[in-house]
Design a protein around this ligand. Structure first.
Ligand code: ASP
Length: 329
């Protein structure tokens, strides 16, 4: 029987039932997972570890580092890992793990729930069973298993607060789907090569600015004097920014003068940023901005944090950003 480690980090999955007037808060019964979902012990030999019990909005660099180090340390003790995680920032943690566990040779499966295990009608039980099944397969990458979808972690986006199918992968096919059978498209999976390496470190010097119509870049100009090194501007469509009265081109020029890097992403999740398509984006390109292509904003943000921890040389940052680390491009 395969050995699977379930690492609990928090989120709705394990929240305790409360009176309707109270907000959801992390509960205490996660260590009873195998008692509450005994089915999983028929799939694999299960061990459970409670690493944190946080709402995922409170997770970030520190927690990503701890989870990655824990998995790396135990890589040869288990055949696969299931991370129970809040849905809100699950895709960031998935991206962070994919950029930290280089040459991963085992499945690291993130899952969670929209309704807690403690509720009679919930998605937690099935998501956990599905995640344990996937963690016992030969999948050498970080994936999200949620709502019967199997997604590459660093390609996924949370798209619903309501639906049980909370995640989608707009620019990469699902790795598989779970119905009567588990169907996996093996041709879409990463191939493991070389021995696994833990790449430590994230640098918090990355900021994402969501550009909106009539939003004046002047309000943000002082930010360029902060220690932030890299800005991702979330623009429109193929990566367009306002260039008329609200002139984001001068913001980019000032940033470049101050030796900062500017990347441009998009509010639109389907398709890729192409700064050569429209006049405004071409100006941004000429001013020194770089498009993030079809990478999600979340993956680009985490990847740049990872890269900045290794180098602050602009050319090296751009070079590393353009390389495909874990199927994110
Ligand atoms: N706020 C919760 C979290 O992300 C939501 C969830 O788990 O679905 O921790």
């Amino acid at each position: 029987m395969k050995k699977i480690l379930i690492i609990h980090t928090g989120g709705t999955f394990g929240m305790a039932p409360l009176k309707p007037s109270e907000v959801l808060a992390p509960g205490k019964f996660q260590d009873k997972i195998t008692t509450l979902v005994p089915e999983i012990t028929r799939i694999a030999d299960i061990e459970v570890q409670i690493l944190f019990n946080l709402d995922s909005s409170d997770m970030g660099i520190e927690e990503w580092e701890i989870i990655a180090a824990e998995i790396h340390k135990k890589l040869y003790q288990y055949d696969g890992f299931v991370i129970i995680h809040g849905t809100d920032t699950m895709v960031y943690t998935a991206a962070a793990l994919s950029f930290s566990l280089i040459n991963l040779n085992k499945p690291v499966v993130l899952t969670g729930a929209q309704r807690p295990l403690s509720k009679l009608r919930n998605d937690a039980r099935l998501n956990l069973i599905d995640a344990v099944e996937l963690a016992s397969m030969n999948i050498p990458e970080v994936i999200i298993v949620f709502g019967q979808r199997i997604l590459r972690g660093n390609r996924a986006k949370k798209i619903s607060i309501h639906h049980f199918r909370a995640f989608h992968s707009p620019n990469y096919p699902y790795l598989g789907e779970i119905g009567v059978d588990i169907r996996i498209d093996h041709s879409k999976l990463l191939k493991s090569s070389g021995s696994p390496v833990l790449l430590n470190g994230f640098h918090a010097g990355v900021v994402v600015l969501s550009v909106q119509p009539s939003m004046d870049p002047v309000s943000f100009i002082n930010l360029l004097d902060s220690p932030v090194l890299v800005y991702i501007l979330e623009g429109f469509g193929a990566g367009n920014l306002p260039v008329g009265n609200q002139n984001w081109i001068s913001f980019i020029e000032s940033a470049v003068q101050k030796d900062k890097l500017i990347f441009i992403g998009s509010h639109s999740m389907d398709g890729g940023v192409d700064l050569t398509l429209y006049a405004g984006a071409k100006q941004a390109l000429a001013a020194g901005a770089h498009g993030i292509g079809a990478m999600t904003i979340e993956a680009a943000y985490v990847k740049l944090q990872k890269i900045l921890a290794q180098t602050q040389d602009k050319q090296e940052i751009l070079q590393k950003f353009s390389e495909n680390w874990a199927g994110e491009i």
